[in-house]
Design a protein around this ligand. Sequence first.
Ligand SMILES: CC(C)(CNC(=O)c1ccc(Oc2ccccc2)cc1)c1ccc2c(N)nc(N)nc2n1
Length: 321
Amino acid sequence: MNVESKIKTLTEQLNHYAHAYYTLDNPIVEDAEYDRLYRELVALETENPNLVRADSPTHRTGDVVLSGFKKYTHDYQLYSLQDAFSKEELEAFDTRVRKEIPDPEYICELKIDGLSLSLVYVNGVLETAATRGDGSIGEDITEQVKRIKDVPLVLSEPIDIVVRGEAYLPRRNFQKLNLEREEEGLPSFANPRNAAAGTLRQLDTKVVAKRGLATFLYQEASPATNDTQEEVLEYFEKLGLVVNDQRAFATDITEIWNFIEKVAALRDALPYDIDGVVIKVNQLAQQDVLGFTVKFPKWAIAYKFPAELAETEILSVDWTV
Ligand SMILES: CC(C)(CNC(=O)c1ccc(Oc2ccccc2)cc1)c1ccc2c(N)nc(N)nc2n1
């Protein structure tokens, strides 16, 4: 086997193992074996730098220390969600939708408490990752996002696509990070969302690789190639992107509310923080009929759970009254 096919085989093998470990949470090879193959690839790439592939896992570990963040202008507006804090507000949303869509089918997704980000793939290769910013201009965090192990550097298909999702810190990594910071006499992070935001603002990408961020993708920001939001999410999984599996269909507020109550009951057992449930019209053609206000899509709403009192707030509450 010549060097080029040896590098191709090693790269594909290592990416397959990493996908199983980080994206499917289902390791299929011992760490020692992964490390041995990884070292073999680094040696071959060092001798043949012109043969390093775009999807090589070695792109994730090179220690790049940036001097600052470049601004990035999104090709597509990244919208916010209108919020609802009660069942009545959801009923008002449903009434507004039904004025234009008599029989809507909704899809309900989790609202992950992380940092919104946009991934731009060209020919299937991750070209840019950026924060949402104000929806039009964000910050380029490409080098940082390349160190998030479940973000594919190359998709399974060579397509141009802009996807949007959330970067978050799994609770177990959040607890591990705060323990380390306490031992180093550093202030701990208040919550996983702040820790994720602080990590992606690190200019030393080695720090990002160590912290164990993860992602869930939920939106195709470029013109959609599917008919429904559900099909978009299934397509994302085929491409190698991570999609949250906690979702449900609903045709009325009762079914939406049932899902919200189910999620509220399992919320504390989830390995990540959520701050609500996002309800969307599932058919993309129906989304187009409803359209957008200046800031929000009229076909989606976020039901926000009551904010959990932070430990400090709980201690300051006068429970004697
Ligand atoms: C619905 C949307 C606001 C994203 N959608 C967009 O940003 C968006 C962008 C261009 C769109 O349409 C286009 C307009 C012009 C060209 C191409 C597409 C449509 C939606 C949103 C926002 C936050 C979410 C969140 N935290 N969790 C989940 N689970 N879903 C979320 N969904």
